[in-house]
Write a protein that binds this ligand. Sequence first.
Ligand SMILES: [Zn+2]
Length: 146
Amino acid sequence: MTIVVRSAQIKIIYDHAENTYPEECCGILLGKIVGISKTVVEVIPTINAWEKTKLEQTERTKHSRYTIPSRDIFKAQKRGRNLQLDIVGFFHSHPDYPSIPSTCDREQAWEIYSYPIVSVIEGKVSDIKSWVLDADSNFQPEEIWM
Ligand SMILES: [Zn+2]
């Protein structure tokens, strides 16, 4: 599996990740799926609605959890239908943590989507890696073509 993301789109993701540091950022990727390859056409940064949707809060919740508002997912689906695009994935950041999926990331993931994760160390983007679930619901790395 590969995902094609242009450098201008990567920049939108990186800017969102740095601007929201030390909280996790998140967003939606609209694009096309051809065979086993996804091509991102639009990056839609969203707010991280974690604290508004969960009762148990600690000072670290938004630092290590994310929730994309369902309203934004519906809007993206509608926009995708108009542009003949599909939601191909969801990105989020890991502040001061490697770009490796957490147990929580795995539990909320769906097999059809790509999950790019941006590692942000001390406010600066360190790297980005994309992940997809395999048939056993384990994350496998996905190559990003920039
Ligand atoms: Zn995560």
